[in-house]
Design a protein around this ligand. Structure first.
Ligand code: COA
Length: 390
């Protein structure tokens, strides 16, 4: 057996043509730089790119958008189930359970051809925002709002939450946010989806694994944690007193929205959301959350850029993608419990791309563990066991 790699850190689990994450702070989807995609494309265009491996022509994109639009009502199959959930249920739990049930309504249920998997992916991508918005409305004691598919995934999501068309800056911010979160190579949730379908299980089973894995604070819930931190700090004058002891004190506490398992340089996604956070703050004449986040960013970089850390081969700790998505979401009025479900909507694109690729590989993922427990213990009959020592 090969050496133990705790957390599979830096272990290459296979080849992929979907996404390239470089520790030097670069990110490519299918060979296209994330900066070009964030600046010029739409989320739908990026989903097409991730699934088909090439950018669409105008006609291909229009056809793809029409397919997504046609499937937006599909999620309504599980609205009766959503209505049974407790209003207090964490939205990620509701989403996980709703997607699991939705698979049974899919006309391609049980069919695993590449064509069927693409159709399922389209249905899932169309359904996710509808499910998230509908459960949020139900939680508030309100009826879900029928989608307006022509508004696109981001615009329609905002419409379904509030029943009115959103400010174009909101729609563009959410579109960029979805592009930036769409994929990130073999992150924990994507790995989980690949492990699931590598057994021959269905794509819906893979998405259920992905949602469950994404829900943890070390992964998808980082934006939620970041916003809770900003609210706890409360005011820019309190940033130093809050951050410094957590980074330099005896008991170190990770700062949410900072650091990354792969990047050894600034996360290239953060700069786009930093800019959108500033623009949203200006729109509302309220730069408080943007300024507080940039103050934390400056302090974290400064405190982690020490000669000792650099000598030990460590780099400064930089803001990651979730650092500024928190203030963007907050200024747009999203409740904090919606931040991780928003991530799930966008990451569905990457999950489906990876699952479709994994299914073509046809290889079961089955790593090993190095056993370090006791060996050859004598079996003592139950009636003779005492004091828990046997
Ligand atoms: C994502 C994360 C789990 C990666 O952790 P990791 O793989 O241990 O990262 P690194 O190996 O680069 O860590 C290097 C050092 O920086 C520290 N560090 C990394 N992120 C940190 C953070 N957010 N706050 C404080 N210190 C941090 C680590 O503790 C480590 O220091 P040490 O060697 O003295 O213990 C971690 O950065 C984290 O918990 N971040 C907050 C949660 C978050 O934002 N997640 C979303 C990621 S997109």
């Amino acid at each position: 057996m090969t050496a133990v790699a705790e957390g599979l850190r830096d272990v290459v689990i296979g080849t992929s043509t979907i996404c390239e994450v470089l520790p030097s702070g670069q990110l490519f989807y299918r060979g296209y730089n994330i900066h070009d995609l964030a600046d010029h494309s739409s989320f739908e265009e990026v989903v097409y790119l991730l699934w088909h491996g090439r950018l669409p022509t105008l006609a291909q994109l229009e056809r793809f958008k029409a397919q997504l639009q046609q499937e937006m009502a599909f999620a309504e199959n599980v609205f009766p189930l959503l209505k049974l959930f407790p209003k207090s249920a964490p939205p990620m739990d509701a989403l996980r359970t709703a997607v699991s049930a939705l698979g049974m309504f899919d006309a391609d249920n049980g069919i695993h051809t590449p064509e069927a998997n693409l159709r399922k992916s389209i249905r899932l991508q169309a359904a996710m925002p509808v499910l998230v918005a509908a459960f949020e409305r139900l939680r508030q004691g309100l009826e879900p709002i029928k989608p307006r598919p022509e508004l696109g995934i981001a615009g329609n999501f905002l419409y379904m939450l509030r029943g009115e068309e959103a400010d174009p800056l909101y729609t563009r911010t959410l579109d960029i946010d979805f592009i930036l979160h769409a994929d990130h190579e073999i992150n924990a949730s994507t790995f989980a989806t690949r492990v699931t379908v590598a057994t021959g299980a269905d794509i819906y089973a893979g998405i259920v694994s992905g949602i469950g894995t994404l829900s943890g604070p070390k992964h998808g819930a980082a934006a939620e944690e970041t916003m809770r931190m900003l609210l706890e700090i409360g005011d820019i004058s309190q940033v130093d007193a809050y951050i410094r002891p957590r980074l330099t004190g005896e008991k170190r506490i990770p700062i949410p929205g900072f650091g990354h398992a792969v990047y050894r340089a600034p996360d290239p996604r953060a700069q786009h959301l930093r800019e959108m956070s500033r623009k949203l703050g200006e729109l509302h004449n309220n730069l408080k959350w943007f300024e507080m986040t940039t103050a934390i960013e400056k302090l974290v970089e400064e405190l982690s850029n020490t000669p000792e850390r650099l000598a030990a081969g460590k780099q400064p700790i930089y803001a990651n993608v979730d650092c500024f998505s928190a203030s963007c979401y907050y200024v747009m009025g999203f409740p904090v419990h919606l931040y991780t479900p928003l991530f799930a909507i966008s990451r569905t694109a990457g999950w489906c791309a990876h699952m479709m690729e994994q299914i073509q590989h046809q290889k079961l993922i089955r790593p090993r563990a190095e056993y370090v427990g006791p060996h050859n213990l004598p079996y003592i009959p139950i009636a003779q066991r005492e004091n828990g020592i046997h």
